[in-house]
Design a binder for this molecule. Structure first.
Ligand code: FE2
Length: 133
């Protein structure tokens, strides 16, 4: 299983789209390493890598929203916060329990849900707002 980028996910904001594509590719690396049964260290390394990238990406979006006085900023930021804490929790669990099958499945579910739902709804709302400005 992997998740594919498709053009419906384009927000039209170059920097954000480039970061989203990078997120997909980092997530797919994580998924591949889980599927190949790579050890805890490798899964953990990729999860930490992805978590760091997510934080950088969220900071970019939030700065852009603030600079455009986006009315949905607080709510959007709250979604970012909740995803960031989910990733942090997963990372902690994997580091304590190893890359167990149930954790791998939970990690996949969390990522797919967020990548597809958040991008296709919340990020798109922001993109529409920017386009109307
Ligand atoms: Fe976002």
């Amino acid at each position: 299983m992997s998740i594919e980028w498709n053009d419906d996910l384009n927000t039209g904001v170059k920097e954000i789209d480039a970061q989203h594509k990078e997120l997909f590719s980092r997530f797919n690396l994580l998924l591949t390493s889980c599927n190949e049964g790579k050890g805890k260290e490798e899964v953990l390394r990729l999860l930490i890598f992805l978590g760091d990238y997510v934080k950088t990406h969220f900071a970019t979006e939030e700065a852009l929203q603030l600079s455009h006085a986006y009315p949905g900023y607080q709510e959007h930021k709250a979604q970012h916060r909740s995803f960031t804490s989910e990733v942090d929790r997963l990372t902690k669990q994997v580091s304590e329990e190893g890359a167990t099958l149930s954790l791998v499945i939970l990690t996949n579910k969390t990522m797919v849900k967020w990548l597809l739902e958040h991008i296709s709804r919340s990020d798109m709302d922001f993109a529409e707002f920017l386009a109307k400005e």
